[in-house]
Design a protein around this ligand. Structure first.
Ligand SMILES: [Zn+2]
Length: 145
């Protein structure tokens, strides 16, 4: 559920109708900031080389070589493909502030970033699997939408 109007994520540059393109679970995470249950995403165990793209607009967000096993039950990365790929904001939904991050292109919520990740960044991007799509190397990336 979306909480407040000023919390509203942005729309993609091409279309706002991501609801029609996404499963209900994906839409709720991306645009209503739901959190999937731990250990439910097949991407948690994905180990092939490839790209992790935004499930909504297909913006490449992470690469497999920055993915690591965090033990949390969510796909975890220590670095996005580029600093411009994701945007962040403080999230006060819990008692302590967390840093929310989202796809910089469409505004879709991806997860939270914590400062207990591995080197070289020391960051842990804890991502909802349903907010991502995995494209193995050798397969073309889908067009942005
Ligand atoms: Zn996106």
């Amino acid at each position: 559920m979306s909480s407040s109007p000023d919390n509203k994520p942005g729309c993609g540059p091409l279309s706002c109708d991501y609801r029609a393109e996404l499963s209900g679970d994906s839409y709720e995470v991306l645009f209503e900031e739901a959190t999937e249950r731990a250990f439910t995403s097949p991407l948690y165990l994905e180990q092939r080389a490839g790209a992790y793209i935004c499930a909504a607009c297909h913006n490449p967000l992470f690469r497999s070589d920055t993915k690591y096993e965090s033990g949390t039950g969510w796909p975890s990365f220590y670095q996005p493909t580029s600093p411009e790929a994701v945007g962040t904001k403080k999230d006060f939904k819990l008692v302590w502030p967390r840093t929310e991050y989202h796809c910089a292109r469409c505004g879709g919520h991806q997860g939270h970033v914590f400062e207990d990740g591995p080197q070289p960044t020391g960051l842990r991007y804890c991502n909802n699997g349903v907010a991502l799509r995995f494209i193995p190397d050798g397969e073309p990336l889908p067009d942005l939408r």
